[in-house]
Design a protein around this ligand. Structure first.
Ligand SMILES: Cc1cc2nc3c(=O)[nH]c(=O)nc-3n(C[C@H](O)[C@H](O)[C@H](O)COP(=O)(O)O)c2cc1C
Length: 224
């Protein structure tokens, strides 16, 4: 593994609990001479998806902002951490706005050969696992191997000893799963899921409209 990218969806950016967890993981990666980079979504210019669907018909989003640069970083990285605080029982709006713009990556998965984890922080109210389930589903739908998820209580920004241990373990798990990527059958794992079955139907039903999607799936041999 050469590079790990963390996409931090906390508006607290560098001083929040999500970034504290990411930094513990980064220390572990750095011991293995793995390059690390944290991108704080709050520092980027990201326009809201207009729902024009040009990314599905023509293949490229017409909006010009920082989205393409961050997507390129995802494609370059070997490991991807997505992180979010729990905001009213889901991921932050900041991160969601970015992920909405990643629709074409979900339709035409390009994150193969990468491992992905999710990190969450919350005040202890509600089901924080919603974040991990949601983010890992997105990453797997985009081609990556989902490894695991952790969360921490972020009242004073400090991590407990156990939370730090969990962060180190998740980093180690990422390294291990990356080493064993050859034995992971992404196609069977992903295609057996409800979302993938729905996607296959969608691609078939919209082939005259979402032509970029259909051609991609056809070329991959995922559709008749
Ligand atoms: C708008 C908003 C909504 C929040 N909703 C929840 C919530 O539903 N459940 C919860 O436990 N904490 C909630 N919190 C608290 C944050 O999840 C918590 O402070 C988190 O640790 C912040 O992480 P960060 O420092 O990485 O941004 C909310 C905070 C804000 C600002």
């Amino acid at each position: 593994m050469k590079k790990v990218l963390a996409i931090n969806g906390s508006p607290h950016g560098l001083w929040g609990t999500c970034s504290n967890i990411i930094n513990v993981m980064f220390e572990e990666f750095e011991k293995h001479n793995i390059e690390t980079e944290m991108v704080n979504v709050v520092e980027l210019k990201i326009k809201t998806c207009k729902g024009c669907a040009v990314c599905l018909t023509k293949g490229v989003c017409p909006m010009k902002d920082d989205v393409k640069g961050l997507q390129d970083k995802m494609i370059e990285a070997d490991g991807i951490i997505t992180a979010s605080p729990l905001f009213l029982n889901h991921i932050s709006g900041l991160l969601k706005i970015f992920l909405d713009r990643c629709l074409p990556i979900g339709h035409r998965p390009v994150l193969h050969g990468k491992v992905a984890v999710s990190v969450a922080s919350y005040g202890g109210v509600g089901n924080v696992e919603v974040i991990g389930d949601y983010l890992l589903e997105f990453m797997q739908g985009s081609g990556a191997r989902p490894v695991g998820e952790i969360h921490a209580i972020g009242v004073d920004g400090k991590l407990s000893e156990q939370e730090q241990k969990n962060a180190v373990k998740l980093a180690v798990d990422m390294l291990e799963d990356y080493k064993n990527l050859d034995s992971y059958d992404w196609h069977s794992d992903y295609m057996s899921r409800d979302n993938a079955r729905g996607m296959k139907e969608f691609i078939n039903n919209t082939k005259d409209f979402a032509t970029a999607d259909y051609e991609f799936w056809k070329e991959k041999g995922w559709i008749d």
